[in-house]
Design a protein around this ligand. Structure first.
Ligand code: 5AD
Ligand code: SF4
Length: 451
């Protein structure tokens, strides 16, 4: 979501005549997009702002804008920082060009965030913000050295789930879905400009819902509509919440070859006690049943997830239930995070962060090992298979065990199931679909040759 937000802000600025540079030391304006989901992400921003202080001493005209979730969460506190000129929340990103112009004019600091973001009035503000920013043609991909073949499109903003550990509902506000027509029109423009893969985004994208002329559209309808665009290759979506997951989404995946058989659907824990304390709204058995259904409807589905270890009160027994769930579900890959109390959330206010750092760390490592071991085993099934990939471009960090040469460099592609594939081929394949034959597999990577 932050990558999309950054791209949209760059687009809005490019539209006003600004040019992008990748060197902070050359920039006249520096925009820092921020994340509040864990404390570590926020610490990194403060350390970055420390560097900005030094940079501004040498180049006093430089304007520093801090945007995104931290801006919404900390507002005035960030504005008070010596290095900061502009603070704009996730609902004010469309204002960034104007805020910069104001600062250029008056040399004052400017703050724009949403007051009372969970109040009904904020929804109107969010709808308006979406109309002003989300339609922008995305002119920039933050994975800059890859030719653009894939684009994110926002399906919805915000979240209403209030998982007890999570800051998102307080910084991004209530759920607001975009009209299907706005999404489809934007997708058409992107496909016309050469985009092959569209990823629909939302914090809980499966709760996408838009009612128009008495008809309600869900994510399944949106996927179908986007996949019908002439020239579109693959369509995918992230992220799903397992709570109210409509199987019509799986049906579209099964019936429509353009809708990728990939589901990122965080379980967060395998312990019912923890799931309840996290306010996730399902049990481990519910989650497993849903994953079984997903595999019945879409046999080759790739399932990915997120887990939090060290949530308040998590015992060894709770953790072993998480390991058990991982072994049962067999993820393609899963991210593991150490619980980080976020100010103002239910768990921060009402629960004690009682799991020692070493225990969090040890559970983190252990769970990653299990996830990796399973992925390594499961990936072996690809050996000898020919798979289709969308070629992203040159491999940034070429794998040494695969020789390359000038005319046949190492390329990176991804399958419909989001498996990363490394193979040698002409750079001109970038942004195109290619068929490759898998010759070697690892937990996170498939190695292949052009078929
Ligand atoms: N501490 C640790 N991890 C968190 N996540 C969200 N909030 C927290 C927190 N307070 C994780 C969840 C979510 C992912 C984006 O970040 O696993 O799915
Ligand atoms: Fe946060 Fe839960 Fe919403 Fe995901 S579903 S953004 S974890 S509150």
């Amino acid at each position: 979501m932050n990558k999309l937000d950054s791209s949209l802000v760059v687009s809005a600025l490019t539209d006003r005549g600004y040019e992008l540079t990748d060197k902070a030391t050359e920039a006249d304006i520096i925009v820092i997009n921020t994340c509040s989901v864990r404390e570590h992400a926020e610490e990194r921003v403060f350390s970055n702002l420390g560097h900005m202080k030094g940079l501004k001493r040498k180049r006093p005209h430089v304007i520093v804008a801090v945007i995104g979730c931290m801006a919404q969460r900390l507002g005035e506190e960030l504005l008070a920082h010596e290095a900061v000129d502009i603070v704009a929340g996730p609902t004010q990103l469309h204002e960034v060009p104007d805020l910069i112009e104001q600062t250029l004019g008056d040399h004052e600091k400017h703050l724009s965030v949403t007051a009372q973001i969970r109040q009904p009035a904020a929804s109107d503000e969010i709808v308006e913000a979406s109309g002003k920013l989300d339609d922008f043609e995305i002119a920039y991909d933050s994975d800059a050295n890859h030719i653009k073949s894939q684009a994110f499109i926002r399906a919805m903003r915000g979240c209403n789930n209030f998982c007890t550990y999570c800051i998102v509902p307080y910084v991004r506000g209530p759920e607001v879905s975009r009209p299907p027509l706005a999404v489809v029109e934007q997708a058409k423009k992107l496909v016309d400009s050469g985009i092959r893969q569209i990823t629909l985004l939302g914090q809980t994208v499966n709760s996408y819902q838009y009612t128009e002329n008495g008809k309600t559209y869900g994510l399944a309808d949106l996927l179908q509509q986007v996949s019908e665009i002439d020239g579109v290759g693959w369509v995918r979506f992230i992220t799903s919440h397992p709570g109210k997951f409509d199987t019509s989404i799986l049906q579209v995946m099964a019936d429509n070859p353009k809708v990728c058989p990939y589901l990122h659907i965080p379980a967060q824990s395998g312990s019912d006690r923890m799931l309840k304390a996290m306010n996730r709204g399902y049990t481990a058995a519910d989650y497993i049943a849903l994953m079984d259904t997903a595999r019945e409807i879409v046999p080759d589905i790739a399932i990915a997830g997120d887990f939090i270890v060290g949530f308040p009160g998590e015992t060894d027994e709770d953790f072993s239930q998480t390991v058990e769930l991982v072994r049962r579900v067999r993820y393609k890959n899963a991210f593991v995070f150490k619980y980080s109390p976020r100010p103002g959330t239910h768990s921060e206010k009402k629960l004690v962060d009682d799991i020692p750092q070493e225990v969090k760390q040890q559970r983190n490592v252990q769970l990653l090992e299990v996830i990796s071991e399973i992925a390594e085993e499961d990936n072996k099934r690809f050996l000898g298979q020919t798979v289709e990939v969308l070629v992203e471009g040159l491999s940034k960090k070429p794998h040494l065990n695969q020789a390359e040469n000038e005319n046949n460099p190492q390329l990176i592609g991804r399958t419909a199931g989001d498996y990363i594939v490394v193979f040698n081929g002409p750079e001109s394949l970038t942004g195109k679909f290619a068929k490759v034959k898998v010759t070697k597999t690892a937990a996170l990577t498939l190695f292949a040759e052009l078929a």
